[in-house]
Design a protein around this ligand. Structure first.
Ligand code: SAM
Length: 292
């Protein structure tokens, strides 16, 4: 029996046959549009040597198409009910391994070691569970392993924030943290109708290039994360007010901050959303030198 799972009738048939009630709390919206799946696979530019990591295979619609081009697919699924269904529907493929686990508990460095992936071209391709998009994305970007590319479906609004540039309404901490580690680009906008059941929001696929040269290098990403969160904390406030809240309001601190502003040539009305990634890194350095 040869068939594609990501198809409206096939998806419906599988959901009925196994009496699957999609669990909202797990972000279960299954892709039923073959064109959308094909474009995701094309964006990932998979060659026969590639190892693909998938998060949340669901009923296997994307998994199946990934396995047609890749050397090996590892897919983590948290929902125990779906494991036997995946095993059965993907039985034709010897290069798929379904792992019953919560992706947020996976130690990727250990996984790479156990599966000898250190020298391989490893990409992550996934239609993410939307309730944990940001933690998954930030974990992938910080993972101490070599990933060449991420192709991730997420809520459209989140995709726009991830890719936003300075001076745009969507630009904020998430844009900066992602762009400090990758070059993200929206490759397709996906209608809610492409999923069974249809979610309440539209989606977008983002391609994260992890090999392109970046404008900055971050020595301590965790510390940078705290700083970036702090300067964008209150979007209506000036950068200065956010910095004072972060550093603590004392006469000495105000003086030191004044000095940093002079040194960088910033007007006191400056706002975080006006700062480029490079400027944010410079600002953090200047503050570290002045204060710590
Ligand atoms: N890949 C399938 C597709 O495109 O049709 C399903 C995508 S669905 C949006 C998200 C999937 O992630 C669901 O199958 C859900 O059970 C799974 N999931 C949710 N939380 C997870 C977690 N913490 N770890 C692994 N999988 C998770």
């Amino acid at each position: 029996e040869k068939f594609d799972i990501a198809d409206p009738l096939r998806t419906q048939a599988i959901l009925e046959r196994y009496q699957i009630r999609a669990q909202k709390s797990l972000g279960q919206n299954f892709l039923n549009d073959p064109q959308v799946v094909n474009r995701i696979v094309a964006t990932a530019a998979i060659d026969s040597q590639d190892v693909i990591l998938e998060i949340g295979p669901g009923i296997g619609g994307l998994t199946q198409q990934l396995a047609k081009s890749a050397a090996q697919v590892y897919a983590w699924e948290i929902d125990q009910h779906l494991i036997p269904i995946l095993q059965e529907n993907l039985a034709d493929f010897s290069n798929i391994q379904i792992i019953p686990a919560d992706i947020l508990q996976v130690d990727l460095a250990q996984f790479f070691q156990e599966h000898n992936l250190e020298q391989r071209s490893v990409k992550v391709v996934a239609n993410l569970p939307y309730y944990i998009t940001t933690p998954i994305l930030l974990r992938l970007l910080q993972a101490p392993v070599f990933l060449t590319q991420l192709v991730l479906m997420m809520q459209k609004e989140v995709a726009q924030r991830v890719c936003a540039q300075p001076h745009h309404r969507e630009y904020g901490a998430l844009s900066v943290l992602v762009q400090a580690k990758s070059i993200p680009q929206i490759t397709q906008i996906v209608s809610r109708q492409a999923f069974s059941p249809a979610p309440k929001v539209d989606s977008a696929v983002v391609n994260f290039d992890l090999c392109a040269p970046l404008p900055v290098t971050i020595a301590d990403y965790a510390q940078f994360g705290h700083f970036v969160q702090a300067i964008f904390r209150q979007k209506r406030k000036t950068l200065k007010n956010n910095l004072i809240a972060y550093l603590g309001k004392t006469p000495t601190h105000l003086q030191q901050l004044q000095h940093v502003y002079q040194q960088l040539g910033y007007p006191s009305t400056m706002r975080a959303e006006q700062l480029s990634l490079q400027q944010i890194v410079e600002l953090q350095q200047a503050i570290n030198e002045e204060f710590f």
